[in-house]
Design a protein around this ligand. Structure first.
Ligand code: UD1
Length: 422
């Protein structure tokens, strides 16, 4: 298994272009199942999760082509659905694959989709997805680890109130509702920018979705969708990660093709910590406002709250800030797996339930650390870049899932970082 070696302490200086958002790209790919006409997606990130989902969609009969002259342009053609079964071996590699269930039910009236199985950051059930699809008239039962869904007479519109905000369930039910008979109303919907991006794409294909980005979404079902062309919005998590890498190393990075618009509460937290994030005509510039960073308390919440996907990286930043920072994780129950690894690097962190208390130390020092999930891994990279001495991050395949050319992008800013064959 490959590793990443970092010799830290170098202030990062340069520019990094930000990819399209992984968490939007995956759902947009699934949306291609709703139409028998091709969907062209531009600004697709070059990450392993996209490839894993490509394999799932190909299994279903979708023809996926990547433009040889522009690898970030992908065409998905679901003219023929050859199979309505998404097998375990493919789904387990990428959780979001479960989102094919609703679109297959909507288009074909049946689907068999493996449950994704365990996940490092918590149990991550799909009960809300199932609740929404059942409310639209399908029956879904669990057999041998597979969800067997049926809607022989098609899906019908429903008024659905989610008892808890879920990004995946909102997107899943929204996609299915596009081809349902009648109107679906989703209440207590998630409001993430990726949901707006998905709705924009679907509307461009002929869907009638109103209110995406708000708590109530209305979807008027249509007979069928056309093809379309859509540009994936910038990855706000990759953006926030590199902002923190710049600040942690006391460097200065211009992030291209992105914006501060989608950072939500992370923007205020970064500013309060002493990170200057200023718009430029090509993107944004990230640097420290002055001297050492200060401790800031954060609580992760659904958008526009502080994103759980930036929590680990923020902890790496707080590890060397002045003072005590309380970091409360509200979304996933097991999302402090980076803590023992940061402590190996000299961080002072105590965990009490869902709260981590970080007492900033003068500096971190390099160590051998183990990556456990995508965002925990990148937190260790940020910490390693700031630390004195050598850090080796093991199990980097997690990073490949969600960060496009991470080593190259950081290396271009002067980081002493390399990928080591494991
Ligand atoms: C998505 C993102 C992930 C991000 C998360 C929260 C993708 C591919 N992943 O994950 O990076 O960290 O949003 O911003 O877009 N829950 C249930 N039942 C369900 C569904 C969710 O109890 O049926 C719970 C989850 O366990 C979790 C909370 O709801 O505690 C929020 O999860 P959700 O918003 O669904 O996250 P994902 O869509 O899986």
């Amino acid at each position: 298994m490959d590793k990443i070696g970092i010799v830290g302490g170098v202030p990062l200086k340069g520019e990094i272009s930000i990819a399209g958002a992984k968490n939007a790209a995956l759902k947009l790919m699934v949306a291609a199942l709703l139409s028998d006409r091709p969907l062209v997606l531009e600004n697709m990130p070059g990450v392993a999760d996209v490839i894993a989902l490509t394999h799932v969609l190909e299994e279903l009969g979708v023809v996926v082509t990547i433009d040889p002259d522009m690898p970030s342009r992908m065409t998905l053609d679901a003219a023929v659905i050859a199979s309505t079964t998404a097998p375990y071996d493919l789904v387990r590699k990428m959780r979001a694959s479960v989102l094919v269930l609703g679109p297959l039910l909507a288009r074909c009236g049946k689907a068999t989709v493996s449950l994704p199985g365990g996940c490092a950051i918590g149990t991550r059930p799909v009960d809300l997805h199932i609740m929404g699809l059942e409310a639209m008239g399908s029956t879904i039962r669990l057999e041998d680890g597979y969800l067997l869904g049926e809607a022989p007479h098609g899906l019908k519109g429903a008024d659905i109130t989610f008892p808890q905000i879920s990004v995946g369930a909102t997107e899943h039910v929204m996609m299915a509702a596009v081809l349902a008979k009648g109107t679906t109303v989703l209440r207590n919907a998630a409001q993430e920018p990726e949901i707006v991006d998905l709705a924009d794409c679907l509307n461009a294909m002929g869907a009638e979705i109103e209110g995406a980005g708000e708590a109530v979404i209305r979807i008027r079902g249509v007979e069928g969708l056309n093809g379309g062309r859509h540009r994936v919005l910038p990855d706000r998590i990759e953006t926030g990660t590199y902002v923190m890498a710049a600040a942690a190393t006391d460097g200065e990075i211009e992030l291209l093709d992105t914006t501060t618009d989608y950072l939500g509460d992370a923007m205020g937290a970064l500013e309060a910590a002493g990170v200057a994030v200023t718009p430029t005509n090509r993107g944004i510039l990230a640097t420290r406002a002055n001297g050492r960073l200060s401790a800031v308390d954060i609580t992760t919440r659904p958008y526009p709250g502080f994103a759980t996907d930036l929590q680990a990286q923020f902890m790496a930043l707080m590890a060397t800030a002045t003072g005590e920072s309380r970091i409360q994780e509200n979304i996933f129950e097991n999302r402090f797996m980076h803590v023992p690894e940061l402590m190996r690097m000299g961080a002072d962190v105590q965990v009490h339930g869902g709260t981590a208390i970080v007492n900033g130390v003068e500096r971190l020092h390099g160590a051998q650390v183990m990556a456990t999930d995508l965002r925990a891994s990148v937190c260790l990279v940020v910490a390693g870049l700031a630390a004195e001495g050598e850090t080796v991050v093991n199990r980097v395949y997690h990073l490949d899932r969600g960060y496009e050319r991470l080593v190259d992008k950081l290396g271009a800013c002067g980081a002493k970082i390399e990928r080591l064959a494991g």
